[in-house]
Design a protein around this ligand. Sequence first.
Ligand code: PLP
Length: 405
Amino acid sequence: MSNTDVKEVPLPAKASWLEINPNALKANIQSFRNLLPPTTRLGVVLKGNAYGHGLNEVLPIIQPWVDCLYVITAAEAFQIRALEKKQGLSERQVLVLGALSLEEVIACARQSIEVVIGDNHWKDFLLRIKAAQVKLKAHLHLDTGLGREGFAWDEVEKELSFLKGSEATIQIQGCMSHFANTEDATEHGYARLQMNHFRQGTDRAKAFLGIHHPIEEHFAASAASLVLSDSRMSIIRLGISLFGFWPSLETEITARAMLDQAPELIPALTWKCVSQLVKPVKKGSYIGYGCTYRCEQDSWIAVFPVGYYDGYPRLMTGKCHVLIQGKRCPVIGRIMMNHIIVDVTSVITALYPQSNPPEPFDLQAILMGSDGKQQIPAEMLADWAQTIHYEVTTHLGAHLNRKVV
Ligand SMILES: *Cc1c(COP(=O)(O)O)cnc(C)c1O
């Protein structure tokens, strides 16, 4: 780092923080182990900064208990290798699912990181990978009906012709695909069609490339792992449910109806914040930008140093609440970049006699998660923000402090 670089700005001491419960993560892994046949391995997807939970925090907790780590970017894979080294953990299978530059591919090969080949721009990489004298372990991605990455399952011979005869450079370790709507439906006709395409595509790819060694076949993310037992194949790619969330309500309903014992998924994350200011305001006062909220009575408000910059969606304005001392307190006025304002009248009236008014930092709010008895699930924030919990958790600011508790 040159001395002209600006030093990283430290987090304000009062910023909100995330608490990660390691036992929840381990219990969720165990629940899936119980669900899987012994021949199916358990891989976890740690993309999106481990679904917002923090790759650095989550990895050391779960690394010893899983069989493979899937990420989207090369940077995440390198971060895993660096952390394994630093913590003296034995190397796990790591597979990058996302798009890579040639330089990243070669760096991956040098660190035994596996990659996914899913389109024929790889043709241009082939000679240069050979020239770099590395051996690359790769998985083929077949598009069986999602319309995203992958070779067309019914044209594998044409699509894979550029790979023929390159086994000295590229070792095919596996074949994968991804479901389009296992989360959205309680009926899985389309998923079964995709599996059928996968079976045919994989067999044809193996025959065409002359692959006789056993390869991994993987298809199922959280939802399919739960509700489509024959999608589990060699290994599952468990994402959202590792963190204790059902992929969707549809999946939860289907799983509870289908499975003798549906797993109890335990959310691993709680988002907390301490007030920076607590004060009384008079009846008729306006609160926040745009004067969109007016107090109907004399009230107590608390200002919390958290806002949409930290991942608290502005779209939740007018709908959301936080938990303070077991009470649900509404967020009033617009959600701001670095602040929210909460009506804490009920808390103050219950807990503070008039002779003993609250101090600025007295109130701790739970923005997401549970306080033991009450909960604000990520799904609730997602409803308020008109999105899905995947987006809410992955938008939790990377700058926030994450504490393993
Ligand atoms: C994100 C992702 C997963 C995990 O999905 P969840 O629904 O979070 O379990 C699995 N496979 C691929 C290819 C993905 O992109």
